[in-house]
Design a protein. Structure first.
Length: 267
């Protein structure tokens, strides 16, 4: 088996593991929010990043669930300096105002700040629209490693929603390619997603995401050739096995894919 095949196999195996959060490294912890659902997998991954005794940052506080927010504040290894949102969807952001009041830290986004210095830990924000127009990804560099926090741009299991019309597929492809290049150039080998298990093969996972989306585009082209032109008909043809509770996600993604196909350059 080649090295590339090994990486892809590990990515698949990691995605099948039950995820409960916990300590990832001495300065990185995932506190799994109690909001499991077909949309959020085991729940939202709330991350605490910061060295012991130093300032900490909370990434995506998740739902406004008092016990979860109190647990986040108690598990911080130092004073919480800021709360950062990868995007504004409610399963990531709802608890931000309450946590801000609880710990006395500001809520910030990539539109307000490009980076944070926490002593031995440095965060850098990168605009990665596609899942949503305001999506960011975050690079965390620390003595324990280099990490990519991907929000909902890349999940730890399955694939993500392109939430048309706010999410645009062409921007999503650009974001995936940027993140792949960034991981290769910066030697990032741990991906911390917004939902699901972490991955030690981020580049292989990004490759899978791009390949999967291109395959879906091919399936939609074939469905259209067969006379399916509406979002409902194409969803029935291409996403026939989708669960009823997340069908709207499939329909939104089909809308994003149709927008992409109608606007792609003609050779």
């Amino acid at each position: 088996m080649s090295a590339g095949q090994n990486k892809k196999q590990r990515a698949v195996m990691n995605s099948q593991q039950e995820w409960t959060g916990g300590l990832i490294a001495a300065d990185v912890r995932c506190v799994l929010a109690p909001n499991p659902s077909p949309w959020t997998l085991e729940g939202t991954n709330t991350y605490l990043i910061g060295e012991v005794g130093g300032r900490a940052v909370v990434i995506d506080p998740g739902p406004a669930e008092v016990s979860h927010l109190e647990r986040v504040s108690q598990l911080a290894q130092g004073p919480i300096a800021a709360i950062v949102l990868t995007h504004a969807h409610i399963d990531h952001s709802e608890g931000a105002p309450d946590l801000s009041e609880l710990v006395g830290a500001p809520v910030i986004s990539s539109r307000e700040i490009d980076g944070l210095d926490l002593g031995s830990v440095e965060l850098r924000m990168h605009r990665t629209p596609g899942h949503s127009s305001d999506s960011i990804s975050i690079t965390a560099s620390s003595p324990t490693g280099r990490y990519l926090l991907s929000g909902d741009t890349i999940l730890g299991r399955g694939t993500t929603l392109v939430a048309h019309p706010d999410g645009i597929l062409s921007e999503y492809f650009d974001s995936l390619r940027f993140l792949r290049d960034h991981c290769n150039e910066q030697g990032i080998n741990t991906l911390l997603p917004g939902h699901g298990p972490i991955s030690d093969t981020p580049v292989a996972l990004i490759d899978f995401y791009e390949k999967h989306r291109l395959q879906r585009l091919g399936q939609i082209r074939e469905a259209m050739k067969s006379g399916n032109t509406s979002i409902e008909a194409i969803t029935n043809a291409v996403y026939s096995d989708v669960k009823p509770e997340v069908r709207i996600a499939a329909e939104l993604t089909v809308a994003a894919q149709l927008h992409y196909l109608h606007n792609e350059p003609r050779g």
